[in-house]
Design a protein around this ligand. Structure first.
Ligand SMILES: [Mn+2]
Length: 355
């Protein structure tokens, strides 16, 4: 269990606010290493306190070393205790997670806590984007479970199965191989359905053509995210050509990714390969997102992103070409950005796998 509270305290010390309130599940887990569905964590430069209810209090008190844990008995009283703590610390500006809370939660905090509320989202999402060695190991573990499961899945796929059967089978394999859960609902789209990047698996039997499977395992709170497009029956010449363009784009982006490159430039590397091959209009989503406790987190490579790749980022590399009414191809690995070249978390084969 990794506690990142010391790392966050240091960042709060250098920020233009004196305290940060964390109440989202993911950030609370990142900070404390302790999974819980509720709890209010207050972090200042030199002291942190977690208010948590009786369901978690005993275990949290025993496990969390870097914050004081107080039992939250009554929500109204908790706000008074929080305000007390913040007043004692001389807090004027309190940062909150404006990007993840509901409007009604914000109004409640604004009413109950008499401090200037500012946005603390960037601080914590920026920290989370750079993985520690422990986090990288957790991500490798999640990928290993997913990869092993996929290798066991493919030989089991038959024409008697549906897209949903494929997704269900893969989920069972991931659980048996050590996943706590799937990272997200598996996308399993075959033939004409594969032209929808995030299509929903249905119950009709598999047909000849592409089968795109986008899947992930969650292990110890960290996720994997992988896509492979395989082919049922032999591909025609255009299918083969498009598959190889997507693969070339994917490999080129992986080859060029490095610390200091803007995430949009990284996106542009793959986009150029696909555009130069004449399929630019069919690559309709962004190349990449960060991966960790959330399946989609910073850095993002889409339009409007100002994120810059840094050593320790874990990002997807997932170009695709989707021809409406026909079929589509996506290939996705997640990579660790490092000085002197990336580490690919996924070693599943990428030549077109025909079954
Ligand atoms: Mn992805």
């Amino acid at each position: 269990m990794t506690e990142n509270i010391p790392k966050i305290q240091k960042a709060v010390e250098g920020a233009d606010f004196e305290a940060l309130l964390i109440n989202s599940e993911q950030n609370r887990f990142y900070a404390t290493g302790f999974p819980s569905s509720a709890g209010e964590l207050l972090i200042t430069g030199d002291e942190s306190v977690l208010f948590i209810d009786s369901r978690y209090f005993e275990e949290a008190s025993a496990k969390i070393k870097t914050a004081r844990v107080e039992e939250l008995k009554n929500r109204q009283k908790a706000y008074e205790q929080m305000a007390d703590f913040l007043n004692k610390k001389g807090v004027k500006r309190l940062a909150v997670e404006m990007g993840s809370m509901s409007h009604s939660q914000f109004l409640m905090l604004d009413e109950k806590l008499p401090f200037e509320l500012v946005n603390g989202q960037e601080l914590i999402s920026g920290l989370r984007a750079v993985k520690s060695e422990e986090e990288l190991q957790l991500l490798r573990n999640a990928q290993a479970v997913a990869s092993k499961s996929f290798l066991e899945l493919v030989p089991r796929i038959t024409r008697n199965m549906s897209e949903r059967d494929v997704a269900t089978e893969l989920f069972c394999l991931m659980l048996r191989n050590g996943a706590d859960d799937k990272a997200f609902d598996t996308i399993s789209v075959n033939a004409v359905h594969s032209s929808s990047p995030h299509g929903h698996p249905d119950g009709r039997k598999l047909q000849n053509g592409f089968l795109t499977i986008d899947f992930g395992a969650r292990v110890a709170g960290y996720n994997s995210d992988t896509t492979r497009t395989i082919c049922i029956g032999d591909p025609d010449r255009e299918m083969e050509k498009v598959y190889n363009i997507v693969l070339a784009a994917q490999l080129e982006a992986m080859d060029k990714a490095r610390p200091g490159m803007s995430a949009r430039d990284y996106d542009g590397v793959a986009r150029k390969v696909i555009a130069d091959a004449g399929y630019g209009e069919y690559f309709t989503h962004s190349l990449s997102h960060g991966l960790g406790i959330d399946v989609h987190e910073r850095p993002f490579s889409g339009q409007g992103s100002t994120d810059v790749l840094q050593a320790g980022n874990v990002v997807s590399d997932e170009p695709g070409i989707y021809i409406p009414g026909k079929w589509g191809v996506r290939i996705e690995d997640c990579i660790v950005i490092k000085e002197g070249g990336v580490e690919n978390l996924c070693d599943l084969r990428k030549d077109l796998w025909v079954i």
